[in-house]
Design a protein around this ligand. Structure first.
Ligand code: CDM
Ligand code: ATP
Length: 289
């Protein structure tokens, strides 16, 4: 028996940090949404009682460090499953990019194994288990568009934002999420208007979504890595309607409505950035199917 699950990437339309918590994590308010760039996860029953990870991408760990492995391990332990499973990850989302690739693989593994092993868990129960793996996993269990609070695991669903193109460009540098959060100077931050972004989405106003983009982690990453600032500038110059860094970076995304302008930005960026993608904003929970 085998089955497939789609694991889409996310972007943060808004990311605010309220304060540092006693447990070391930061209390956040984020607006997350999915885009049409997805890994594919194949789950297959195998003989034995172990978890096997297969991937052609050399940056993806094939052992307990893989978040999909951790998802399978938790379910096996918690529900006493004595079966082996092979998890094949077709990696299309760039790794360590700020696009929650690993988190989305873990979430897809939770959804898929719930079906494969007939566990009968609700999405809310899967999201709760996901929070034990990483802060972005709960959102990735549901997909769609949401306000994420707490350390990212408290999810309030939102409607899909207005449709547009999303150009993603990832410079060839690795960014540590923990390091970016550590360097954040909370007293000096300019906060994005998260309630304003929620209204923009509810009113389906593309202009207001563009105007409201904001991420407090951006200034930290931009200062450390000038190449990220450079990509932001280029994207604006080529004509994106609005530009922001996703998560802790280094991927920069630009929103654009018109096909011809999307093509111009995509072609322009390809000149000096290896990993460039032009994808549609998804933002609807049904898009996981
Ligand atoms: C930057 C974002 O991707 C935006 O969506 C998330 O806030 C981070 O999500 P993630 O990669 O799933 O994060 P985790 O794997 O849970 O945490 C990685 C590290 O980031 C820091 N971290 C993460 C989330 C949070 N709310 N506060 C934090 O300070 C912690 O140092 C933690 O050790
Ligand atoms: N399934 C996976 N796919 C990719 N990387 C994984 C996976 N599982 C674990 N990792 C490890 O996690 C690290 C971060 O990868 P990932 O692509 O999830 O980052 P990210 O997109 O920045 O995540 P986030 O946006 O949630 O902070 C990688 O360097 C890799 O070693």
């Amino acid at each position: 028996m085998k089955l497939m699950e789609k694991a889409p990437a996310k972007i943060n339309l808004a990311l605010d940090v309220l304060f540092k918590r006693p447990d070391g994590y930061h209390e956040v308010e984020m607006i997350m949404t999915t885009v049409d760039l997805a890994d594919r996860i194949e789950l297959k029953e195998i003989k034995g009682n172990h978890i096997q990870i297969l991937s052609h991408n050399r940056f993806v760990p094939d052992d307990h460090r893989n978040l999909a492995y951790q998802a399978a391990f938790i379910l096996k332990e918690r529900f006493g499953i004595n079966k082996g499973v092979s998890i094949t990850i077709e990696k299309n989302i760039p790794v360590a990019a700020g696009l929650a690739g690993g988190s989305s693989d873990a979430a897809a593994t939770l959804r898929g194994l719930n079906r494969l092993w007939k566990l009968g868990l609700s999405m809310d129960e899967l999201a709760e288990i996901g929070a034990e793996i990483g802060s972005d996993v709960s959102f990735c269990v549901y997909g769609g568009t949401a306000l994420a609070r707490g350390r990212g695991e408290k999810i309030t669903h939102l409607p899909a934002p207005p449709k547009c193109w999303v150009i993603l460009a990832k410079p060839t540098i690795g960014v540590s999420t923990a390091d970016i959060y550590k360097r954040l100077q909370i007293a000096k931050m300019e906060h994005p208007d998260v309630p304003g972004m929620i209204s923009a989405i509810k009113e389906s106003s593309y202009q207001d979504v563009c105007q409201g983009l904001g991420n407090v982690l951006e200034q930290v990453t931009l200062q450390l890595y000038p190449e990220v600032a450079n990509i932001k500038d280029q994207m604006k110059t080529f004509g994106a309607d609005s530009v922001l860094m996703s998560g802790s970076g280094p991927t920069v995304f630009g929103l654009v409505e018109h096909d011809s302008r999307m093509q111009r930005i995509y072609n322009g960026l390809r000149g000096f950035c290896d990993q460039v993608y032009a994808v549609r904003l998804l933002g609807d929970r049904n898009d996981l199917e």
